[in-house]
Design a protein around this ligand. Structure first.
Ligand SMILES: [Zn+2]
Length: 225
């Protein structure tokens, strides 16, 4: 399964160094159509685990407000449950990023009603979250949205064996990393993703990357999990 990793929708604000966190809505629509034309069906991340056909997932880390745009396909958003609805957030330790607002509970409920999956990005945005942090995040999502979350994305993509076990014990069915490549449902707590951006080396590079994933030649020599 092909899991795409996104953060912001739109052009980067002036002066922002981390331009790879931005994808324009036009480019997103074009990528979705391109993949659909090659036989990919878009699902939420948890639904993808049970799919038997080629599936692709849009996943948004952090839950910024600019991702709330009309989309023709479902998506999964990972929210930092202690920070939902906060304004002008920069997460601890992030460098070269612009402050941005985070989706509130009302907006998340509306996205959920539209078929989006609301997953956890831990309770606090810290590296290798503990079991307690993940359990608190899951309980908060269940309390606010009325359903237990099943998908997690590790903050900063950081995890070790203990984090994987904490995710499983906290009741998550899967967890997304920031390692590049196709995701395997056989290793549901180490799902790889492919970053899409409008501001990488060249916009055309993103399409090449997708074509490479589609044809099984990207990433080159992926390290074993
Ligand atoms: Zn994050």
């Amino acid at each position: 399964m092909l899991v795409l990793l996104l953060h912001h929708l739109g052009p980067p604000p002036p002066g922002v160094r981390q331009k790879k966190l931005y994808l324009t809505v036009e480019h997103l629509h074009a990528h979705v159509r391109w993949l659909q034309g090659r036989g990919y069906r878009f699902t939420t991340l948890t639904d993808a685990l049970d799919a038997t056909d080629p599936v692709a997932c849009l996943t948004f880390d952090d839950g910024f407000t600019d991702i709330d745009v009309p989309l023709a396909v479902p998506a999964t958003v990972f929210v930092v449950t202690s920070r939902v609805g906060e304004r002008s957030v920069v997460f601890e330790g992030d460098q070269g990023v612009a402050p941005a607002d985070l989706l509130g509970w009302e907006q998340l409920r509306a996205l959920s009603a539209r078929g989006w999956e609301i997953g956890s990005h831990a309770h606090r945005h810290t590296r290798k979250p503990s079991f307690e942090d993940l359990a608190e995040s899951a309980a908060t999502l269940e309390r606010q949205l009325g359903k237990r979350p099943t998908a997690l994305a590790y903050p900063y993509g950081a995890y070790d064996a203990e984090t994987l076990e904490a995710a499983r014990r906290a009741g998550f069915r899967c967890a997304a990393t920031t390692k590049s490549g196709l995701a395997s449902p056989q290793t549901p707590y180490q799902l790889r993703r492919v970053i899409l951006s409008s501001f990488g080396v060249l916009p055309a590079f993103e399409r090449l990357k997708l074509a490479g994933v589609h044809h099984g030649v990207y990433p080159l020599n992926p390290r074993p999990l």
